[in-house]
Design a protein around this ligand. Sequence first.
Ligand SMILES: C[S@@+](CC[C@H](N)C(=O)[O-])C[C@H]1O[C@@H](n2cnc3c(N)ncnc32)[C@H](O)[C@@H]1O
Length: 422
Amino acid sequence: MSEIALEQSSFNSPVVLYTYSFVTASYLRHQKIVALQDKKIVDLNCGNGYSTLALALANPSAKILALNCSATAIEIAQRHLQHYGLQNVEFQVCPLERFGEITQKFDYINAENALDQFSDAAVGFQLLQNKLQPDGIIRVKVDSAIARFYNYRAKGFFAELGLLQDTPDKNEIAKVREMMGLLNKGNLLKELTWLPKHSTEAGEAAILRDYLFPSIKGFRFSELFNGLESANLEFISMVRAKQWDLETLFQNIEDLPIFLTLRLAEMSLSEQLQLFELLNPIHPTLEFWCGHPNLEEPAESPSEWTDQEWQNAQVSFHPQLRTPALYETMQHCIVQQQVLELTQFLPIVPGPLVIDSLMVACLLPLVSQTLPVSALVEIWQRIRPLNPLTLEPTSEGEAWGAIVQLLISLEELGYVLLERPS
Ligand SMILES: C[S@@+](CC[C@H](N)C(=O)[O-])C[C@H]1O[C@@H](n2cnc3c(N)ncnc32)[C@H](O)[C@@H]1O
């Protein structure tokens, strides 16, 4: 394999780092912020190091091991990591089939296009399950068989031409580009698979994935959920779960005929996800977290917390929001009395998500530290001492109401993390 450009614009974007962060996954499961110090992360089939770079940046003090069967790929990945000055990664030539021989267990297993190696997903899940710490989490990313149907047709075509290889090169990429350029406008395969990014330098990685890697195969939810069950693993959540909500596909959920409402209500999660794909196959990959069955009670949503729980709770910004750029913009908003548009800094939900400048002043300390929620309430009372409508002093109850309401909505969207003492 030669040096193939990474999709530079994306591997270090806040959204990518958000999804690679062990903090994101662990908070979803345990409603706790995990300390990354010395946590062990493994990146299976690390390829040219795109996923390894994202893991290393998103989890700065964790120890990362990146594995691949090809020494050449490892060399390239190592060079990419060195280029970005990242020290927290070790590499090892190790085919996935021999992952079980590695003596350690891991807190976070990144299995991206790795399950493809197994004709039965259950065998792959079992291998990962054996190497997972009790509180560990696996991030799985595989192609969707339904959404990428046409890419598989394209691969079939290039296989006929003898171009599909485990370690394709710039040569094969050039041939794909040439071939797609020669097809008539309106050709169905081209219309359904060729995107503007495929023509750019940064699109080389996408050409490999979409046209040339033979090892990548597509999965359906039914196969994945059966595999999880037989390996005694539990599904935690889709990454970007809101984008998989069936209700969003209908103009008005209230208008559904009764037979459909009843059927939806009795469907398992895996059936609902499958139905989403059949109706609207917009997600080319199926990306989710799973782990050992959770023996604890599922964490209660903060909207259900008692006053007592709120009084003892702590609040943090997600680590991907703790940046100098956000701090500077927040200061600017406060001084200029302008609103803050938070999704600009971490576009994990469709924007705009607007926060008024007084509330921005209240949240400012969260860029650098975790605080008790009660500290934010005190700050709010100092920033807004009077109720502007009645001109009466802002009561403690009013201040709690304003802060709790904002934190509940920011937590639900993934921007703040709320912890209760254990
Ligand atoms: C699609 S890439 C994965 C890339 C990487 N996970 C990422 O998303 O950036 C596939 C990589 O898996 C490697 N590979 C293929 N079969 C493998 C196996 N049996 N064990 C380990 N690595 C393998 C190939 O050498 C290639 O580098």
